[in-house]
Design a protein around this ligand. Structure first.
Ligand code: PDD
Length: 283
């Protein structure tokens, strides 16, 4: 039985309660963050808190508490639940109020955090074989830069991938790849890493920012621009990044083998560098 955090209290998971009037439940009026844990420590915590603040500000939502308190809650849950490798999930909603489309004048934000233990996260077998993806149309709303909990379309996308024998889906809008259902998408051509530019069309991945910085430091060239599925299918390598998969090689897109069909050297090297550097800076 896990200990979870709900609005100031640490309780066993079967005793945690949220109001039926919570706007997260009624309107998906909430934002979230997923922070990975390695060696019992938080990876890129500062980045996740910075993005959380931005998501809250974009939705004119009050912050439930300050950064020091958020860190303390994360750490206590990791310790109490004995998480060595896994995740901390955090969700803030606008709070409970009588159902009305307009934001309530004075609602108290709801804050929920829980952990997920994932032994072997850093040593995932999929990272050694690479994953297959399919392409699907991007039918999400337009403000994907805000990390909201309205994840039904990404969920449908994962199911479409599963039905097609793939691990994930890359979403396509106006002919170009936006991102994966829960990760940022990249291709590699020669010594150049290509990934979609930031904007409202994609989530500004915390792993993306770190990986691009590390790639530049390792003298790799980075191009932030849109690319098509056809360009990706002809690339030397492809991969995705996220807090839960780090750097994950992609070896097949819509049935077309990428490069040799095995994880490429750039993706493998970036995964190693990312895990190495992130462990050193973990808190
Ligand atoms: N998803 N794009 C989308 C649509 C995402 O949902 C995510 C993360 C990312 C990568 O962001 P980051 O590197 O900050 O994790 C990109 C998380 C892991 C999830 O929903 O579980």
């Amino acid at each position: 039985m896990r200990t979870v955090y709900v609005n100031g209290e640490y309780v066993p998971e079967d005793q945690a309660k949220i109001s039926v009037f919570d706007r997260g439940f009624l309107f998906a009026d909430g934002v979230y963050e997923v922070t990975s844990v390695l060696d019992g420590k938080l990876i890129d915590f500062a980045g996740h808190v910075a993005r959380l603040k931005r998501s809250l500000a974009e939705l004119e939502m009050d912050a439930p508490c300050d950064e020091a308190e958020l860190l303390a809650i994360h750490k206590r849950l990791v310790a109490e639940n004995g998480i060595e490798e896994g995740l901390v999930y955090l969700q803030v909603t606008r709070g409970a109020a009588d159902r009305d489309f307009a934001y309530p004048e004075a609602a108290t934000p709801t804050l929920v955090l829980f952990t997920q233990s994932k032994p072997g996260l850093a040593d995932a077998p999929a990272a050694k074989t690479g994953i297959k993806v399919i392409s699907i149309p991007d039918r999400r709303w337009g403000r994907r830069d805000i990390k909201t909990v309205q994840l039904l379309y990404p969920s449908m996308g994962k199911m479409m991938a599963k039905a097609a024998g793939a691990a994930d889906a890359w979403m396509v809008e106006d002919g170009a790849v936006t991102e994966g259902t829960s990760n940022n998408a990249y291709i590699v051509k020669g010594n150049t890493i290509i990934t979609r530019h930031l904007g409202e069309e994609i989530l500004h991945g915390i792993t993306r920012a770190a990986v691009l910085r590390m790639a530049s430091e390792a003298q790799m060239k980075v191009e932030e621009r849109a690319f098509t599925i056809e360009e990706a299918q002809q690339a030397d390598e492809a991969f995705v990044t996220s807090a839960s998969t780090f750097v994950m090689p992609v070896v097949d897109i819509d049935g077309a083998q990428i490069g040799t069909g095995a994880p490429g050297p750039v993706a493998q090297r970036l995964r190693e560098i990312y895990l190495d550097e992130s462990r050193k800076k973990a808190v």
